[in-house]
Design a protein around this ligand. Structure first.
Ligand code: SAM
Length: 211
C-alpha cells in the first residue's frame, strides 16, 4: 500500500477536483532561488509537474521542458496555461499524463530534473529505485533539484520527511553524485509553509582512467 492508500491515482485525481493546497499559482520560491543559483540545462524533466508552473517558468527562461504528472486534470490545466503563452515559449513545453517514477524509461537524457514535492510522496524503497532511474536519465553534469518536506505529519495521506542526512546518504560520490547545495527551506502551500529540505545534486562524469 502506498502512503496515499491502495489507489494513489484515485487519491491525486480527487485532490485535483479542487485547487490542490500546493498549487500556489507560481513556482516554489525556494526552488526558484536554487534554479537561479545553479542554472539548469535543457532538456528539463519536471516530475509530478502538477499544473505546470515550474515547467512554464523554466520555458520562459529559454529551456526545453517536459512535465509529467499522473493526473490528467493537472496536465489539462498545464496545457491550458500553455495556450496563453507566446508561441516561442509554448513550443518549448511538453506535458504528458504518465507515471514519473521511471524517468529512464522515457528514453531521453535530461540536463536537469526538477522535483517540487514528488520524491517525498514515496516510501524510501520506492525512492531507491527512483534515484537509480534518475542517475540513468541525467546526462553527465546533469542536475536534480529537490524540494521535499523535512517534517513528518501524523495524519493519513501525507508526504514523508526527507532529511538532509537522507540526501547525503543517497547522493554519494561513490554513486556518482556531487552535492552542490543542501539546505533548510520552506515548502509553501495556499495556507501555510512547511519546513523543507532543498537540494541540488549533480551527476559527476565518470572518471577517466589513464594507463
Ligand atoms: C505535492 S504535488 C506537487 C505538484 C507540483 N510539482 C507543484 O509543485 O505544484 C505532487 C504531484 O505529484 C503527482 N504524482 C503523484 N504520484 C505520481 C506519479 N507516480 N507520477 C507522476 N506524478 C505523480 C501528483 O498528481 C501531484 O501533482
Amino acid at each position: 500500500m502506498s502512503r496515499f492508500g491502495p489507489d494513489p491515482q484515485a487519491f491525486f485525481d480527487a485532490v485535483y477536483r479542487q485547487t490542490p493546497p500546493w498549487d500556489i499559482g507560481g513556482p516554489q520560491p525556494a526552488l526558484a532561488a536554487l534554479l537561479d543559483e545553479f542554472p539548469p540545462e535543457s532538456p528539463v524533466l519536471d516530475v509530478g509537474c502538477g499544473s505546470g508552473d515550474h515547467a512554464i517558468t523554466l520555458a520562459q527562461r529559454g529551456l526545453q521542458v517536459l512535465g509529467v504528472d499522473i493526473v490528467q486534470e493537472a496536465i489539462a490545466q498545464a496545457r491550458t496555461k500553455v495556450e496563453a503563452l507566446p508561441p516561442e515559449i509554448a513550443r518549448r513545453l511538453e506535458f504528458t499524463a504518465d507515471d514519473a517514477l521511471r524517468p529512464a524509461s522515457l528514453g531521453r537524457l535530461f540536463g536537469a530534473v526538477v522535483d517540487s514535492g514528488f520524491f517525498h510522496l514515496f516510501d524510501p524503497e520506492v525512492g531507491d529505485r527512483f534515484v537509480s532511474e534518475l542517475a540513468a536519465a541525467l546526462h553527465p553534469g546533469g542536475r536534480y533539484y529537490l524540494l521535499a518536506f523535512a517534517v513528518e505529519f501524523a495524519i493519513p495521506n501525507a508526504p514523508r520527511a526527507v532529511s538532509q542526512d537522507e540526501v547525503l546518504a543517497r547522493f554519494t560520490p561513490a554513486r556518482g553524485w556531487r552535492v552542490l547545495a543542501l539546505r533548510e527551506a520552506l515548502f509553501q502551500n495556499r495556507v501555510a509553509a512547511t519546513p523543507a529540505t532543498c537540494a541540488c545534486l549533480e551527476r559527476v562524469p565518470p572518471a577517466r582512467h589513464s594507463w
